[in-house]
Design a protein around this ligand. Structure first.
Ligand code: GRG
Length: 312
């Protein structure tokens, strides 16, 4: 008879009630901002304009969802908050780089991001390309320099490098660019999003969990895998819904671009109501995946809800 797989280890049973989301979330966002300020080269470092543009691309905006997921997963394993700050900053730098490159004229050609002119509009296209390159490398510098055991740093590097690779967000972006005007079947649309946006969300969850001092047991790994798959897809379905239902002032980016660029979306494939219903189902699936982990998963649970019910 096969042995039952434990869903959590004895050491991960909650000891104290979780901090309420309405204080936890701004606290983690604030500490992520401070950590990013420390991790990015300052404008006094040469070349000043490049570093100014890297800071413009990264600081003072964004929902910091990936950093929040990383910290929330870290709570399951009693991770050191300082190590989580480094991991979360590295993920946010990769995310910022992907947005800067995605906005370039050769890609999505967008003028507005996080309510501000995009990096190429403000600094020019060549600088924007270098900002992405610089942010990507800096993310790995940060992880390599963490005050954590070498094996832990290697796990974090592997997660982040894989998510950033041609099997992750770069590959997803390539499929996206090749899909203009193409009616992708649902499985292929899903695969594209799992790579383009899901891979980094997955990395955020697993990197948080790798910040603990012991390797992940199989039960926790399976629970987090189900959670990240559901949240990752829900994020994209909601992104597609918001793209057709929300204005630029709320979104901080240009709405309706996917339809305008003849790109396949969940809304174009399933319609608005079915897309909303799918997002709700995925939210419930994510919450159910972490429910057996108890109170320590309260912030992961709340983030699944936030992803689906956000307004931008
Ligand atoms: C250019 C290599 C390369 C990759 C780009 C992720 C990606 C791949 C492009 C982003 C394009 C895009 C707008 C996709 C929709 C989903 C998404 C990632 C939205 C932005 O993420 P949020 O909403 O952004 O978490 P904030 O600004 O809140 O951090």
């Amino acid at each position: 008879m096969s042995e039952a797989i434990p869903l959590w280890s004895a050491s991960s049973v909650a000891a104290s009630p979780p901090e309420p989301l309405d204080s936890w979330m701004p606290r983690i966002m604030e500490r992520t901002e401070r950590a990013l300020e420390r991790c990015l080269p300052g404008v006094e470092a040469v070349p000043a304009t490049l570093h100014e543009a890297m800071r413009y691309a990264t600081l003072g905006g964004g929902k910091r969802l990936r950093a929040l997921l990383c910290h929330a997963a870290g709570e399951l394993v009693d991770a050191d908050p300082a190590v989580l700050d480094g991991a979360a900053s590295a993920i946010e730098m990769i995310h910022a780089y992907s947005l800067v490159h995605d906005d370039l004229p050769a890609m999505d050609n967008d003028l507005l991001r996080r309510g501000q002119p995009t990096v190429h509009v403000r600094y020019g296209e060549a600088v924007a390309i270098l900002v992405g390159d610089g942010l990507q490398a800096q993310a790995f510098v940060v992880i390599g320099s963490l005050a954590a055991p070498a094996a832990q740093r290697v796990s974090l590097l592997q997660e982040l490098a894989h998510a950033s690779s041609s099997l992750g967000l770069v590959g997803g972006q390539a499929i996206d660019l090749a899909s203009v005007g193409v009616a992708l079947p649902r499985e292929e649309l899903e695969r594209m999003h799992r790579m383009k946006t899901g891979a980094l969300l997955r990395a955020a969850v697993f990197m948080g969990a790798h910040c603990g001092s012991t390797p992940l047991d199989t039960g926790l790994r399976l629970a987090l895998d189900e959670y990240q798959r559901s949240v990752g897809l829900a994020f994209q379905v909601v992104d597609d819904v918001l793209d057709v239902t929300t204005d630029a002032a709320t979104l901080g980016k240009t709405p309706g671009k996917d339809a305008q660029d003849h790109k396949p979306t969940y809304v174009s494939l399933l319609g608005l109501d079915a897309s909303r219903a799918l997002a709700e189902q995925l939210c419930e699936r994510a919450r159910a995946a972490v429910a057996p982990l108890g109170a320590r998963a309260a912030h992961l649970d709340a983030l699944a809800d936030m992803v689906v019910h956000r307004v931008r």
